[in-house]
Design a binder for this molecule. Structure first.
Ligand code: FCB
Length: 446
């Protein structure tokens, strides 16, 4: 056994997202989001589950912050629901939506927990979808009008801002695979969504700089899985490289840091990008303060000429989580190290990492050893990354609470706190107790 000690001032947190936990999506004058619409359309989610009640966090936020305090969290990442603030996406402001987030932020600060706010975690106002949503170029303006207003209303107390959560998932799972809202299946739409999210992101970063928020920092959160070649063949190596460039941080960080799409995208997919996309690249290249990395799993990639960008994943027999995702902590290190080597960000945060398991309540306790093990192995790799030069400043476990896991509804539990959806009772799982000790000691035994 050895002790894994983290740097002093390391930020330990937990993450959630508005539509997944809040419930009451239409309360107090809020407008519907695309996830409200999507989940209310039959056949889209497991069991027809919706975010109508979720964790009822909209009403129970105080109790939840008390739990965070009990766990000793230093930071909390949550997202703002755009359509609570602008029910139609733009124009009329709903002051009651502002009130909710004011109460939340003030309560967090009272508990000494630093808020990290995600400005967009997939719940686009439905009214904007009717205008083409992320495929409409004007969204860069709609989005920045909204985000700039958030800086003005919360910037006195919220210092850490994340523009977008996992824009790859928004673009491809939402617009190509049709499994997430808005449920489209159009590759051209997906690439215009990638491009417009980048434009929206950069305009917002500029607006943020102009607001001059004291000690303010802004970054973006990207999805990643470790794609490794199935064999040593050139073909499989190339397939893995393309999968990495297309689905991981390079798709967004290359334009943001270098003003160009990754070479694989330019070579193989530029026909899908909007006409004259090159004209926007100068504007997209804009300094950010940190990169947010989400990481859950890895896979092996093999050449497959029939699939988009020529790759398919193959089994390697590693243990999996309840999502069917391979547990591959080594890949976490590779992603963290890769991002530092390729873009050298000033700061990196792990904005999500965690696992779903089939948790059972036994005598009001949840013994989720597998989650503890998952977290241990991943934190070990995070520490290894720090020791090897990665500017990793904090880690947010996904998730604080069991919640609405998008198309999987309530069938997958990611929380370090269990939620009984019938009674809304919360039970801190063993992993929550374990994480709490890690925070307290700033270290763990491995
Ligand atoms: C990420 C999402 C988050 C959650 C986890 C399991 O892709 O950002 O909302 O669903 O996966």
């Amino acid at each position: 056994m050895s002790e894994k000690v983290f740097p002093k001032d390391f930020i330990w947190g937990a993450a959630t997202a508005s539509y997944q936990i809040e419930g009451s999506p239409l309360a107090d004058g809020a407008g519907p989001s695309i996830w409200h619409r999507f989940s209310h359309t039959s056949g889209n989610t497991y069991n027809g589950d919706t975010g109508d009640v979720a964790d009822d966090h909209y009403n129970r936020y105080k109790e939840d912050i008390a739990l965070m305090k009990e766990l000793g969290l230093k930071a909390y990442r949550f997202s703002i629901s755009w359509s609570r603030i602008f029910p139609n996406g733009k124009g009329k402001i709903n002051e009651k939506g502002i009130d909710f987030y004011n109460r939340l932020v003030d309560e967090l600060l009272k508990a000494n927990i630093t808020p990290f706010v995600t400005l967009y975690h997939w719940d686009l106002p439905a009214a904007l979808q009717d205008l083409g949503g992320w495929t409409n170029r004007d969204i860069a303006y709609w989005y920045t009008d909204y985000t700039d207003y958030m800086f003005q209303r919360f910037g006195d107390r919220v210092k850490n801002w994340i523009t977008l959560n996992e824009p790859w998932v928004m673009a491809f799972v939402g617009h190509f695979m049709g499994e997430h809202a808005p449920g489209m299946k159009d590759l051209y739409a997906s690439f215009s969504v990638v491009h417009n999210q980048l434009r929206a992101h950069s305009k917002t970063v500029k607006a943020f700089r102009e607001e001059n928020i004291k000690e303010g920092k802004i970054g973006i959160t990207l999805s990643n899985s470790s794609h490794d070649p199935a064999t040593d063949s050139q073909e499989d190596k190339e397939a893995a490289r393309l999968a990495h460039e297309w689905t991981n941080y390079p798709l967004f960080l290359n334009p943001i840091y270098k003003g160009e799409y990754p070479s694989g995208i330019k070579e193989h997919a530029s026909e899908f990008l909007p006409h004259n996309y090159e004209n926007d690249l100068e504007e997209i290249k804009e300094k950010i303060d940190f990169v947010g990395i989400n990481y859950y799993s890895g896979d092996l990639v093999k050449l497959d000429t029939k699939s988009f960008l020529g790759g398919k994943t193959v089994e390697r027999g590693l243990p999996k989580t309840e999502m069917g995702w391979e547990i591959y902590p080594e890949g976490f290190y590779k992603i963290l190290k890769g991002v530092q080597e390729e873009y050298n960000p000033k700061e990196v945060y792990v904005t999500e990492n965690g696992a779903a398991f089939d948790d059972k309540v036994v005598n009001q306790e949840v013994h989720d050893e597998k989650r503890i093990e998952y977290l241990k192995y991943h934190l070990e790799q995070a520490l290894r990354a720090i020791q090897n030069g990665v500017t990793l400043k904090g880690y947010f476990v996904w998730s604080l609470l069991d919640n609405f896991e998008w198309a999987w509804g309530y069938s997958k539990r990611f929380g370090i706190v269990y939620v009984d959806y019938k009674t809304q009772k919360r039970i801190i799982k063993d992993s929550g107790e374990w994480y709490s000790q890690v925070i307290k000691n700033n270290s763990f035994e491995f």
